[in-house]
Design a protein. Sequence first.
Length: 313
Amino acid sequence: MNVIRTAFRNPPLLTFVLVSLVWIIASFMLRGFGAYGHLRYLLELAAVIGIAAAGQTLVILMGGIDLSVGAVITVTAILLPLISPASDPTGLVGIATALVIAAGIGLLNGAGSAYLRVPPIIMTLAMATFLQGLLVIIAGGSAVTVSNPAVILLGQARPLGIPAGIVLWLVVSVFVLLLIHRMPTGARFLALGANALAARLSGVRVERNTLLVYTLSGFFAGLAGILVLGMNRQGYVGIGDPYLLTSIAAVVLGGTSILGGRGTYAGTIPGAILLVTTTALITVVNASPGWRSIMFGTLILALLLVSGREARR
């Protein structure tokens, strides 16, 4: 009983327990679900959500939200093949340029929120709409095939049998956890999310931290876009759309308060895995796309009620 009480008082632990239970039950009920190759594939898919949700976690911890994550992923996946110079045999120049563009979009989101006083939900939604229109003009309805060797390697490499995307997610996870729990910057994000006025009066520079957190969100969304591009080998308009709501859901499933000021990326990690696992289980059901969406939405709501709700005092 003490273990159960501890789990319910610790949202990240509760989400991890839910993931473990779902994997164990599904492994017994569905043939091949528990195979190493299948679980590795699920983790590879979860890596994209997890990386996109890294920036979303930081933004939500500070009391904001980023609705341009999906659009930034799409921008990166489409622009990177177009801007990668043929003279660069490594492909790293194209990747660096794409990440700078993604971070720049995040910087603009932060500037609008910090200096123009536009509410983050409006600023990032407007940015997403603008980017979607721009991409339609640039790419139309055509898919763009990637030839960047570094991107292809990221999507195909298996160091020690582990997909490179999972390794990248591990690196991102360590950095974000250290940022939140071991660096002054993370403490300032949490302080602003808990009480922006008190943090300002304590000397925390709201504008500077707002710029930083949205720049980081754009950077991580760009990183997720590069991983998506490497896994799919092509980019097209709308490729990043599924990752907007899932990046937010992963954060909330992990126990981070949507109002800011409380939470951790340690909960977002199992939250991303839980979302991918739920999607995989629903895919097994031979239902129409409409019913799949209904089932997925219902399950997410149920999971949020269990693991993502505010702790009762």
